[in-house]
Design a protein around this ligand. Structure first.
Ligand code: FO1
Length: 304
């Protein structure tokens, strides 16, 4: 069995390729640090991006939300003068409404994710990293704010002074998470933000330790190509954490548990430096523009 560690859009693109090659025979541990409560609803952006993508409902242009969704609710709310900075489509809202209602009835996020996956026909095992309250906060010169406020509302324009995980001291891995790491044959760290997607997952009690303990081969796909993230603010966050913005920087950050890293052709010159960390390197195209790119990248990971 393969287990993937995933954030949002970049990871989901990779998972399309993986699903094409090995069908539903894998588990995905998903970041919940971006979860946010808005309009009284519990929104789990990365869980939804992964389930919408695996069920072929995702709005492919954006990488999040549901294809051909409408925005009547949001527009009506805007008419009341509400600040509608987080774009929630009508069909997408049904997911948040359903999740929130079941949370109120006492079901866990894992149980609800299972229900949502069953309803959407997703047979891949999708596991939230934790069922406990967890929030990623970004520290900027304008103050500290929720990750989504930094990322969506303020379009990641602020300088990043630091990242804080509320809940990392107490959050326990959700049921099935540690088993998915310890019993896997191979673990894939998806090309997601190493600080606020993968770093968030690693900060949950026992997860990093289990990655060190597992007999599975741990393979990462570098989300940094030619010294910059493919999308998003990973460079600002790596810099704020004192980490070099390069495939080498990512390899070093994961070096306690990583066996192999896949880096892009453009970073071939980094190979030797990374190998000195005791990590094997595969050099290939990691930029997933077409369906074929996604499948070839998944095959490269599986061949290791
Ligand atoms: N990303 C945006 O850039 N703008 C949005 O308005 C937005 C809304 C949104 C609604 C539901 C959802 O599940 C995801 C949404 N995202 C939006 C994506 C998302 O918040 C980020 O890509 C992730 O949190 C980072 O992984």
């Amino acid at each position: 069995m393969i287990t993937a560690l995933a954030g949002g859009v970049g990871a989901a693109r990779f998972l399309i390729g993986l699903k094409h090659v090995i069908k539903d025979e894998f588990s995905v541990i998903v970041n919940t640090g971006d979860d946010i409560e808005l309009y009284g609803l519990h929104i789990s952006p990365d869980l939804d991006i992964v389930t919408y993508t695996l069920s072929e409902r995702v709005n492919e242009d954006k990488g999040w939300g549901i294809r051909d969704d409408t925005f009547h609710f949001l527009n009506a709310l805007k008419d009341y003068g509400s600040d509608t900075w987080f774009c929630l489509g009508d069909k997408d809202l049904a997911t948040h409404f359903y999740r929130t209602e079941l949370l109120r009835q006492g079901f866990s996020l894992s149980q609800i994710t299972n229900e949502i996956c069953d309803s959407l026909g997703v047979k891949v095992k999708v596991l939230p990293m934790t069922n406990d309250k967890f929030e990623t906060r970004i520290i900027t010169p304008e103050g500290e704010m929720h990750f989504e406020e930094y990322f969506v509302k303020r379009q990641f324009k602020d300088k990043v002074l630091g990242v804080r995980f509320i809940g990392s001291k107490t959050a326990e891995p959700a049921p099935g998470v540690l088993d998915a790491i310890l019993e896997a044959e191979k673990i894939v760290v998806c090309p997601s933000n190493p600080i606020v997607s993968i770093g968030t997952i690693l900060s949950v009690n026992q997860i990093r330790e289990s990655l060190n303990r597992t007999k599975a081969k741990v393979v990462a796909v570098s989300p940094i190509v030619a010294g910059a993230p493919i999308k998003g603010p990973a460079d600002k966050m790596l810099q704020a954490s004192g980490i070099e913005v390069s495939a080498y920087g990512v390899a070093k950050l994961y070096s306690d548990f990583l066996d192999e890293i896949i880096i892009d052709n453009k970073d071939e010159a980094e190979k030797e430096r990374i190998e000195k960390l005791g990590i094997n390197v595969t050099v290939t195209n990691t930029i997933m523009k077409t369906f074929e790119d996604k499948v070839l990248l998944a095959k490269a990971v599986l061949e290791i």
